[in-house]
Design a binder for this molecule. Structure first.
Ligand SMILES: [Mn+2]
Length: 358
């Protein structure tokens, strides 16, 4: 039996339309630099605080790399873990992190969107910080838009709860009454959310930048598809080269090994392919990944015409990475932290494909 409260797909797309319309627009000039991080889930510093693991890495990347290089910082939702911790405890424990946020904010280059784990910020009267919160942000690149939002808005479960939450908030203003829910990190649920964002973005010819699922996506591709494409491209380059390219041989072997390892570690393969049932593959969904990863953190850098998926990690895993000739990580000063560009593409090229293929 159909549930009366059930949000149908059309209604969900209408909500995303509204979110797009009401999100403020920032012009992306050719000299502008942005970095997008999401899903920090900051807690109280205790044993259940998942932010703690990469807190140092995150602080260094912001204060020693992005701040001096004049990037604007976009925190794309689930910054504070308010479903488990009190805001005051979070702000107390991570004073030094908020000082870095303040440095961006004082420069007028700090943007914070709301996710499902920090939703309550919208109703709190005395916030311990003066940041503005957005539901979404549009970055305008020529005639095209990068649409930045956390991503829980594409979850039917959230939209169903949202009706109830909205009512509760309006009439009782009781944040504790919010039924907490978090996204299950099952492939199937992640896939459904990503697929809806893909459908919405392709239809509207925009490129969406989300977080929420904690899974990095670049040009609508996840790790498996990126590896496959890369291997195919390397084979093509190898065949076209005038002389035998030993470096490419090594690189192909490494990537093949990585792909096999991924398949060994992930048993459920049915939701791994991002080549959706569309005539062409449309590069319209990006996901910055998360700050709380076991092997470091990922983010998206937007610099003029370029967009990049970047992996930050510390020396605990750097030796393995440094050995792999296919990658060239950059050490941050003389610190233990490294920055590695996983993918880079031109926004002109991306929007050309979206324009003609979607
Ligand atoms: Mn989330």
């Amino acid at each position: 039996m159909a549930n009366k409260n059930q949000i149908n797909t059309k209604a969900l797309y209408r909500k995303l339309d509204k979110l797009f319309e009401t999100s403020p627009t920032l012009e992306l000039g050719s000299d502008d630099r942005y970095v997008v991080f999401s899903d920090l889930h900051m807690g109280d510093g205790g044993s259940t605080d998942v932010f703690k693991r990469n807190a140092d890495l995150f602080k260094h990347a912001l204060s020693k790399y992005y701040l001096p290089k004049n990037h604007s910082l976009i925190l794309n939702g689930d910054v504070e873990e308010l479903q488990r911790f009190h805001i005051k405890k979070i702000v107390d424990r991570w004073k030094d992190i908020y000082e870095v946020f303040d440095a961006f904010n004082n420069r007028g280059s700090f943007y914070k969107t709301i996710g499902n784990h920090d939703l309550e910020l919208l109703l709190m009267k005395d916030l311990p910080f003066a940041y503005k919160h957005y539901d979404g942000i549009k970055l305008k690149f020529g005639d095209h838009y990068l649409f930045i939002f956390h991503g829980h808005q594409a979850s039917k479960k959230y939209q169903e709860h949202n009706e109830v939450i909205g009512f509760t908030l309006k009439y009782f203003a009781n944040p504790l009454g919010i039924k907490s829910y978090s996204v299950s990190h099952s492939s199937r649920k992640q896939y459904k959310i990503e697929k809806r964002v893909y459908g919405f973005s392709a239809f509207n010819k925009v490129a969406s930048v989300i977080g929420h699922t904690h899974r990095p996506l670049f040009e609508s591709l996840d790790k498996v598809d990126r590896l496959k494409y890369k291997i195919e491209q390397l084979c093509r380059d190898y065949a076209n080269a005038a002389v035998v390219d030993e470096e490419k041989t090594v690189e192909i072997k490494i990537l093949k090994k990585e792909l096999k390892k991924y398949y060994r570690e992930h048993k459920d393969h049915s939701f791994q392919s991002y080549v959706y049932n569309t005539l062409f593959h449309i590069p319209c969904v990006f996901n910055s990944g998360c700050v709380v990863g076991k092997r470091g953190m990922t983010c998206l850098e937007i610099e003029g015409d370029k967009i990049r998926l970047v992996h930050w990690f510390d020396k605990r895993i750097s030796r393995k990475y440094l050995k792999q000739s296919g990658y060239e990580p950059e050490q941050l000063g003389d610190s233990d932290f490294y920055r590695l560009v996983i993918n880079e593409e031109s926004l002109h090229y991306i929007f050309t494909r979206i324009k003609f293929l979607a």
